[in-house]
Design a protein around this ligand. Structure first.
Ligand SMILES: Nc1ncnc2c1ncn2[C@@H]1O[C@H](COP(=O)(O)OP(=O)(O)OP(=O)(O)O)[C@@H](O)[C@H]1O
Ligand SMILES: [Mg+2]
Length: 390
């Protein structure tokens, strides 16, 4: 019998780490986390010694928990202690020991250790519920203003519609994708003097947020060197998607992104149509201006097939309308016959204020807020919003 004593003591000797073995694997995770199910080494190997230690340190309450490694049971090896888990984070309050459990430090209730993680769980559930109420992160409606014909009021429409959206409380970003930099100028910024522009974004992958300037609306500015961007991008893989990629960074910060395009169907315009989900086509109410629409539609079809199946024409906007002339009236009729409901009901009539406002570096809505010119674009904003934008 005497020979058995050293054997029995030696097996659970706490000074030697126990190999991770089937015993640990067999217990359920809940039990593994609970010290009450894993008696301390002292209980198994040095019952009498442990008794003495408890007497000498009666104030100690949580000897088995990682959060208080300095407390008692110094002989317990890392392997024998309950595995640190989410149920006992470093900042957790010391678990309470039942009065009746004074007989051993291992008799803590599992609930005391689980409480912090339960709190976490409940907090997370509340956060999830709040997120569900708010809905998924909303991304901006991206509208490209395109027509390869020059001087049809693309820039005027981009800026004034954007400002009309902003007046209604929407967060708006304008993107000046035209090397002429007219939109940038219309907000009083000199494209010759900007240091960082869309050129850097498209060619060198600079974050879009670095080139945004705050004016009436936020504006991603153009510089004169944007004219070289098409050539510089021509060897780039994914060159048609450079703008789309850049917009992802800021898309959640805005309700609308309004992209002004140059009077061509080159790579810059293709970037705009690839990044957009809607296209507004300003058309001057003249016969010759309308002929180019077929070409624009063909380009858009090609983009839908190859790059962006979601893009569609939001509407065709008759601009610079002179209601006094028969020709203008006929031009609108031809538009409606050919494009039906695609033609906006809003009309942008001719007004000298549209030429005056950019000189002051402002939109017509700011330049002469009460003017009928300003109201043309407010009406257009209402129509676009009624069509289901933002
Ligand atoms: N409703 C309007 N009435 C009178 N003038 C207008 C109107 N809309 C725009 N304009 C003027 O027409 C000119 C051309 O307009 P805008 O620059 O907006 O056209 P665009 O299509 O952007 O031209 P581009 O193709 O060169 O970029 C500008 O001088 C502008 O002030
Ligand atoms: Mg323009």
């Amino acid at each position: 019998m005497e020979e058995m004593v050293p054997e029995r003591v030696a097996a659970p000797d706490a000074s030697e780490p126990l190999p991770a073995g089937p015993v640990a694997d067999d217990v359920s995770p809940a039990l593994r986390e609970s010290p009450s199910s894993a008696p301390p080494a002292g209980d198994r190997s040095e019952a009498s010694g442990a008794e003495e230690r408890r007497e000498s340190a009666p104030q100690v309450q949580a000897p088995q928990v990682d959060v208080a490694p300095h407390v008692a049971a110094p002989e317990v090896t890392r392997d024998e202690r309950p595995a640190p888990s989410s149920s006992a984070p470093a900042h957790a309050p010391a678990p309470v020991v039942d009065e009746e459990d004074e007989g051993g430090p291992a008799r803590m209730r599992a609930i005391d250790l689980l409480a912090p993680s339960r709190t976490e769980m409940i907090r997370q559930r509340h956060a999830d519920e709040e997120a569900a109420e708010l809905g998924p992160v909303k991304h901006a409606d991206v509208i490209a203003f395109a027509n390869q014909k020059g001087g049809v009021a693309k820039t005027t429409t981009t800026l004034n519609l954007a400002v009309a959206f902003a007046e209604s409380g929407y967060r708006v970003l304008c993107v000046d994708l035209d090397p002429q930099g007219n939109l940038t100028m219309s907000q009083g910024i000199d494209p010759d003097k900007v240091e960082k522009s869309l050129y850097d974004v498209l060619v060198h992958d600079m974050p879009l947020s670095e080139i945004i300037v705050k004016r009436e609306i936020d504006i991603a500015v153009a510089s004169i060197d944007l004219a070289g961007a098409e050539i510089a991008m021509s060897t780039k893989i994914g060159r048609e998607r450079s703008l789309e990629k850049a917009l992802r960074e800021v898309s959640a910060d805005y309700d609308f992104v309004c992209i002004d395009t140059p009077p061509s169907l080159g790579l810059l315009t293709i970037n705009a149509l690839t990044a957009a989900n809607k296209v507004i086509v300003p058309v001057q109410c003249e016969y010759l201006s309308m002929r180019g629409l077929v070409q624009l539609q063909n380009t858009l079809r090609m983009i839908q097939e190859n790059l962006n199946p979601d893009v569609r024409i939001e509407g065709i906007l008759p601009t610079m309308l002179d209601t006094r002339t028969v020709h203008a009236k006929e031009a609108v009729e031809i538009l409606e016959e050919n494009f039906g409901d695609l033609v906006f009901r809003s009309r942008i009539r001719k007004a000298i204020k549209f030429a005056e406002a950019p000189v002051k570096g402002s939109s017509v809505l700011k330049y002469d807020s009460g003017s009928s010119a300003a109201n043309y674009y407010r009406e257009l904003a209402k129509e676009v919003l009624a069509n289901g934008s933002a």
